[in-house]
Design a protein around this ligand. Structure first.
Ligand SMILES: NC(=O)c1ccc[n+]([C@@H]2O[C@H](COP(=O)([O-])OP(=O)(O)OC[C@H]3O[C@@H](n4cnc5c(N)ncnc54)[C@H](OP(=O)(O)O)[C@@H]3O)[C@@H](O)[C@H]2O)c1
Length: 200
């Protein structure tokens, strides 16, 4: 499986640290060139590969760690999104519900990526917590997954486990997924909840 993180800010770097901890190769891209991103990637680990946005979106699994209102730029960067799994890490905090047609922000992004299976995950914790080792006190830090696509959810859950977290499915974006979506200037109840799971 090939992976890419789009966005090399607080969250992009935190996700890259999680990949580096497990020695999993992942492309890292933003508006900056691969040369500009090289020192950022090098400081995180040898499995973090700086790439251009256009090259990075060729990955089978693409994690979006960008400001919500830039998703259309990323959507345009791939020739096709068909068959890809996209993990939406964005929070549309401060975006008015009317602007989103009163839909979950992740459903709005999914519409812009035809053929991709979109899963919302990794968005409910602050970057500094996401960057930490998820194995704590004999338990694994929980990540909530919501999606309208079961196949993509299964792939995202595999990645979440490989990174050492415990996936917990919430169901569809407009159902359980609403528990992890920002709405206007409010946060849904599961955002910021740092939960751990013991056992399988
Ligand atoms: N901060 C948190 O604790 C946290 C936690 C969970 C989720 N989130 C969500 O994660 C997302 C990123 O947050 P952040 O704090 O990491 O933001 P950030 O530090 O400002 O980083 C944003 C990154 O996105 C890149 N970017 C911006 N526009 C782009 C475009 N058009 N194409 C490609 N890359 C672009 C930036 O690129 P350059 O490198 O070129 O500047 C930068 O690397 C947001 O949606 C936020 O709501 C944040």
């Amino acid at each position: 499986m090939s992976y890419a993180i789009i966005g090399a800010g607080n969250v992009g770097k935190a996700l890259a640290k999680a990949f580096a901890r497990k020695g999993i190769e992942v492309a890292l891209a933003s508006r900056r060139s691969p040369e500009e991103l090289a020192p950022v990637a090098k400081a995180i680990g040898p499995t973090i590969i700086p790439k251009s946005l256009q090259d990075a979106v060729k990955a089978e699994v693409v994690l979006l760690a960008i400001p919500f209102n830039t998703y259309q730029d990323v959507a345009k960067a791939a020739e096709s999104w068909q068959g890809k799994t996209v993990i939406d890490v964005t929070n549309a905090y401060g975006v008015s519900p009317e602007e989103l047609g009163n839909r979950p922000s992740s459903a709005v992004i999914a519409d812009a990526l035809p053929g991709a299976g979109l899963v919302k995950a990794f968005n409910h914790l602050p970057a500094e917590v996401l960057a930490e080792d998820p194995n704590v006190g004999g338990g694994r830090r929980v990540l909530f997954l919501s999606s309208d696509n079961e196949e993509a959810t299964a792939k995202a859950a595999e990645l979440v486990k490989e990174l050492g977290f415990a996936p917990v499915g919430l169901g569809k974006l407009a159902e359980g997924g609403l528990l992890v979506q920002a709405r206007g200037k409010s946060w849904a109840p599961l955002i910021f909840q740092d939960v751990f799971k013991k056992g399988e």
